[in-house]
Structures are given as C-alpha cells and as structure tokens.
Design a protein around this ligand. Sequence first.
Ligand code: UD1
Ligand code: MG
Length: 465
Amino acid sequence: MENKGVAVVLAAGEGTRMNSELPKVCHRCFGEPMIKHVERGLKISGFSEITVVVGSGRERVEELLDSQVKRAVQEEQLGTGDALRAALEKIEISDDIPLVVTCGDVPGVRPSTYGRLLDNFSSSPTELTLLTTEVDDPTGYGRIVTENDSVIKIVEEKDATSREKEIKTVNTGIMCGRAGTFRDRLPELSADNAAGEYYLTDLVELLVDEGRTVDTQVVEDEWEVRGVNTRRQLVQFEREGYQKQVERAFENGVTVHDPDRVKIGPWVELGSDVELENEVTLWGETKLGRGCRFIGPVFAYNAEFGQDNFVRRSYVNNASFGDRVRIGPYCNVRPETEIDSDVRLGNFVEIKASRIDSDTNVSHLAYVGNAEIGQNSNLGAGTITCNYDGYEKHRTVIGNDVFIGSNCELVAPVEVETGAMIGAGSTITEDVPSFSLALSRAKQVTKQDWVTETWKPRKKEENDQ
Ligand code: UD1
Ligand code: MG
C-alpha cells in the first residue's frame, strides 16, 4: 500500500496517569509497546514519511522505533499543540501535503482507517478532518461541540461545562489537515486553559471562527480509536481486543476451544479450519495457514506457518514454516529460522538462525544454530551444532539425505555432504564427503568377567551409613 500523506505521532507525554517510570507509549499491549502498534498501522497504511515526537523518556521510546521512522524532540511537554509544532520544525514538506496527526497512546487504529481519513480529507473542501467516535462514557476525552450539525470546537474534559460533558461524540486525537494549515495556525494557540497547555484541539475553534469548515469522520467501532491513559484502560483495551479477535476467528472458520484461554493479537491472520486448543498466544504479525492445529501452551511471535502445521507446547519467535510441519512438544524456535514443508522438530529441540529443507527430521534433544540442512536428512537425538567459539558464530552445512546418529557434535565451521553418515557419539571437526561414513569415538574395550572377578559390592550395612 502507498498513500500520499505524511504522518506525525505525538508520543512525548509523560503519561502521568500510568504512574510509571516507563513512558506511557512503551507500555505493552498484545505483547508489544503501544508505539509499535501505532508505527505498524501507519507503515502498512503506506505513509511516505512517519515522524514520532519524543520527549519524556525519549531514549526508551527511540530505541523501539524503526530506523526509517524520523524523530522530533519536544523538550518540554507543553501540550499536544506544542508537540506537533516540534514535529513541523523537523518535517520538510510543501504546505499542500496532507498530514495525519495521531497519538502514541491510541494503539488500535487499523491501517484502512488512516487511508479513509486521507481520502475523506482530500475529497472534500475542508480545512481539517477530525476522526471522531461515539462512546457511552466520554470521561477524559475532548468533546466535539456542534451547532446546527457543524463542528464549532473541541472542548477538553478539564475545561468542559457540565452540559458539554454530556456530549458523547469525542475526539480520538487523530486528524488530517494540510501541513501548511498546521504550520500557519499552531503559533496562534494559547495555553490559557485549565491544564495550562497548548492544546492541538483548540485549532478547531480558531479555524471555524475564520469561516473555515472542519469535518468529521466517524469510526463505528469505538475500541479501534480508544486512547489509553491508565493501566486499567490498557488492560481493558487489551482484553476487549482479544475478545474481538476470537469473534473474528469464529467468523473466519477457526475453532478456538476456550476463548478465555487463547490470545490472538490484532495483527494475526488465521486461515480457515485452524484449531486452537487452550493456552495459545499469537502475537505480532503471526500467520497460520489453513488447517493448522495448535495445542498449548504455545507462544508464537511474528511467525509464519503454512498449512496443516501441528504445534504442541512450543515457543516460536520470528520464524517461518512450510506445510505439514510438526513442532514440539517443548521446541524453542528462535529468530531467523526458515523451515520447509514436512519437517519434524521434536521434543526439546532448539533452533536458531537456521534453514532446514523439506522432509528432514530433528526429532529429539538437539541444538541447531547457524546451520543449513538439506532435504530428507535425519539428525539423531542429542545432535549439537557447536556454532560458537567464544568470539564468533560459525556455520554448519548439512546436505540432503544425511544421517547423523545420536549424540553427535558438529564443530562449526563444518560441512557434511550429501548422503554422508555419521556414527553415534561422534565429534565431527572436519568436513565429511558425500556418501562416506565418519566415526570419531574411542573404540569399545570389553573385559570379560571383569565385574565378578574384580568388583565386590559393598555390604548393605555400609551402604546405609
Ligand atoms: C487527547 C486530546 C483529546 C482526545 C484524546 C484522545 C488534546 C489536548 N486532547 O487527550 O481531545 O479526546 O487525546 O485519546 O489534544 N503528548 C505530547 N506532548 C505533550 C502532551 C502530550 O507528545 O506535551 C502526546 C502524548 O504522549 C500522547 C498524546 O500526545 O501520546 C495525547 O496526550 P494525552 O496527554 O494522552 O492527551 P489526552 O488527555 O488523552
Ligand atoms: Mg491520551
């Protein structure tokens, strides 16, 4: 996707209401800091430029941001209007470019909502389009005040009259206007209000007073644009998000056996006939193809599974799998791992930064790190790639149709070529050519009758002491 706007995320606030040393936008929901959800939504929506305004705890926020995302610093937290001013000082775009302002504490916004906001703004003769929603309890939100169905101003909770407080149409904190409008008007804001802050929302009254129109775009699902200011709100937002995802999953032909014991994050995609047993957590941009069956506890983050994968009691982080892969129980699949179809990763197997081609088995108790393994090979129980020499990581390359017996160490860098065999209990330090057998273990010594002739069991009384 690509759109014609630029985006600014306000994320410099301290988040006093979280009562935390961590800046508010770093608090996690669905396993990731709020700011990451906002960043992902804007990226998928296709903004050509994204600028995040940082201030309070800026190092903690900045280290979370993608390298392509620009940062602007608001030295003192003087309000949302001042935060946008700080961003505009950093952004070099012409006045005509539409600019979407959003907040780091509104993590549920879908990419399509930003797209629609830009389209609506660009196709109507408005000066500003506000994203609004209707809520049962508007406490804490800026209220959208209208006269004859036209927006005249936004009034913040702290400044609202008791009549205004009854308004249930609220400001989501997200709006779109031309960059030039913001540049020209922000200096006119005053901090003469209950909070003593430069409110971005005061822009509305300024424009309306000059005869300009301000439009709204209503978001039907209030959850999507909910602002998170307290820990209670964070957890409530998260819980409702999970509930929504389960409902969506049911509609898409997915069985979630106990909705209270399965967590499906908002960016997860599930194919039809997926079946999720209890204690499955799917976070980030995880995808499950048709017919996958997961038996928890399973945790998957940014993982892509093809069709008909069967996963039991395992942990998967940033990895991809073909079709019909069997994983676990007790498998730990770590980042940069690529597994092809019909592979079997059995119990107590750890895999990291490796590629395994189709039909290969790593069935028990193995560590595979920085390795490339071909098709139809077999790694016996206890196979270990010794990839680290204390300074650097080295690669292990294993070809197709290789058979590695149990309890072998492969000291990298090392290559085991197509069709080779390695005897159980070997420590392999040199390359093994195709179709050869490598053995590296001490020859067995058997001493007949040694036990009865030389070894006497101790008496029972001695053993008891
Ligand atoms: C704001 C809006 C309110 C809206 C609500 C929606 C204003 C004045 N109020 O209120 O109308 O209904 O969001 O959730 O805009 N920030 C800065 N610098 C600052 C202050 C805030 O960057 O000096 C950032 C915060 O980090 C946050 C965002 O702006 O991500 C919104 O600030 P917050 O204090 O949460 O405003 P609300 O009271 O929620
Ligand atoms: Mg807020």
